[in-house]
Design a protein around this ligand. Structure first.
Ligand code: ADP
Ligand code: 5GP
Length: 210
């Protein structure tokens, strides 16, 4: 029996830290069957409440660099002084199982993927304003003051990359932003090129010959 869809799609989501991309991606993955989140490796320390291998796989810098040296990451980058990377093996396994996959990665990583892979969908999440971004980072209470300042300084240069993305979502009212991200994913899923021609052949065209 052929599958209806020929393969899973890749969604690359970037945003300045605190814009809400983790909240959006997690909400969507839990409500959309067939949508999976690729868990990254990082050398940063776990935040309160973060779960190992669910939020990130936390590793030491030496281990991370050995993995990078062995070519185990399809992209990796240094962000806010820590290393972050997407495992090729993990991504492959998720796509192989027929999932659409969301990568929540920074702009450097997103551009590395764009150079290597065709057919990804690139989404940039913006906060409604710089002030709101600052407030969200402060209220999240996961980062020290200096860490928040570092993230805010970086936010402006990251936002300059928005034109290299296919879609921009302003995460003001969460439910609206969720609907917009969901619409992007659903519209990608129903593109004509996503249908498996062998499934059409088996289910419809063969009937014509009988
Ligand atoms: P990121 O993953 O982009 O760093 P988070 O998803 O951790 O951001 O969100 C940062 C903070 O802002 C969290 O405390 C989250 O609950 C809150 N948040 C996210 N989206 C919204 C929204 N639309 N309105 C209000 N608060 C939000
Ligand atoms: P945080 O430490 O706030 O979870 O994430 C910091 C930044 O690292 C965010 O911009 C996030 O998207 C990015 N990031 C998370 N995982 C990866 C990854 O695997 N690769 C890259 N390049 N960036 C990542």
């Amino acid at each position: 029996m052929q599958q209806k869809k020929s393969r899973g799609s890749l969604f690359v989501v970037s945003a300045p830290s605190g814009a809400g991309k983790t909240t959006l991606c997690r909400r969507l993955v839990s409500s959309q069957p067939g949508l999976a989140f690729s868990v990254s490796y990082t050398t940063r320390q776990p935040r309160k409440g973060e779960v190992r291998d669910v939020d990130y796989t936390f590793v030491g810098r030496e281990d991370f660099l050995s993995m990078a040296g062995r070519g185990e990451f399809i992209e990796w980058a240094e962000v806010h002084g820590a290393l972050y990377g997407t495992s090729g093996k993990r991504l492959e396994a998720l796509m192989e199982a027929g999932n659409d996959v969301i990568l929540d990665i920074d702009t450097q990583g997103a551009m590395q993927i764009k150079e290597r892979y065709e057919g990804g969908t690139y989404v940039f999440i913006l906060p409604p304003s710089f002030e709101v971004l600052k407030k969200r980072l402060e209220e999240r209470m996961t980062d020290a003051k200096e860490e928040i300042e570092k993230r805010l300084r970086r936010a402006v240069s990251e936002i300059r990359s928005y034109q290299r993305y296919d879609y921009v979502i302003i995460n003001d009212v969460l439910e609206n932003a969720l609907r917009e991200l969901e619409a992007i994913i659903l519209s990608r899923r129903v593109r004509a090129q996503m249908i498996n021609p062998l499934w059409l052949e088996e289910g419809f065209f063969k009937q014509e010959e009988q």
